[in-house]
Design a protein around this ligand. Structure first.
Ligand SMILES: C[S@@+](CC[C@H](N)C(=O)[O-])C[C@H]1O[C@@H](n2cnc3c(N)ncnc32)[C@H](O)[C@@H]1O
Length: 223
């Protein structure tokens, strides 16, 4: 039985990384509480200030929740995903879940993930090496608006959107021509991108979409 997610080296590595993220979030929450009312939401919705916003958060892991991580692994396993694209790598916690699923699906596979903060790219790569999953993952350094505009897998099975929320619609537009019928798009904290939600939920928009678990939107490409 292949069970990369819940066995060593991945399981203890993820346990440590999530514990460190919990610790870091204490400072982050204090920082957020000190902002003027509405400022955090404004920054999260901004199309122009995302580089500055996330650069200030370069030491923060900002991972998906443990539950969303498990969901990503399950979706990638149950769909037999071989081609996955991720927007927003950070320290690579979600990436580890997705890459573990590729490993357990067998037959190789490819995960393209992107991050513009160089120190995060280095951390994510180191975590993937520690997990023994780096052979499955291409971490593209730079703004995803550029790095996901080229050389995508021919038929994408699964997407995780977890970078700047205001860019979700544009990133979806870059990936959409490559989504296979039935492909899943998981968008973390999509409530910060009303335009994205309106698009994937619109009748005749090409997706079946539902909120899931309180902070995630799961959409399936029709066709
Ligand atoms: C919420 S974190 C990702 C967390 C990661 N998915 C995980 O679960 O471990 C968002 C990351 O996306 C990166 N990011 C935001 N906008 C980006 C863009 N346009 N291109 C590349 N990276 C971006 C940020 O620097 C940040 O590290």
């Amino acid at each position: 039985m292949t069970d990369t997610l819940t066995t060593a080296p991945v399981a203890p590595l993820l346990a440590r990384l999530f514990a460190e993220a919990d610790e870091a979030a204490i400072g982050l929450n204090a920082m957020a509480a000190a902002l003027p009312p509405g400022e955090l939401a404004r920054l999260m919705h901004s199309r122009t200030e995302y580089v500055d916003f996330y650069t200030r958060l370069k030491d923060q892991p900002l991972p998906v929740s443990r539950a969303t991580g498990a969901l990503l692994y399950m979706l990638a396993r149950s769909t037999g995903a071989h081609a996955i694209v991720e927007f927003g790598t950070s320290f690579g916690l979600s990436t580890l879940h997705l890459a573990a699923a590729l490993r357990d699906n067998g037959g190789g596979g490819r995960l393209v993930t992107c991050e513009f903060e160089p120190s995060k790219v280095a951390r994510a790569r180191a975590n993937l090496v520690a997990a023994g999953l780096d052979d499955l993952v291409e971490v593209r350094e730079g703004d995803a608006l550029q790095t996901l505009a080229r050389d995508l897998p021919g038929a994408i099975d699964l997407v995780l959107l977890d970078g700047a929320k205001a860019l979700y619609p544009e990133i979806l537009s870059l990936l959409e021509p490559r989504l296979r019928p039935g492909a899943l798009v998981v968008a973390d904290n999509a409530d910060h991108s009303p335009e994205y939600l309106a698009r994937v939920r619109s009748a005749g928009g090409g997706y079946l979409s539902t909120p899931f678990g309180g902070d995630v939107e799961v959409s399936m490409r029709l066709g």
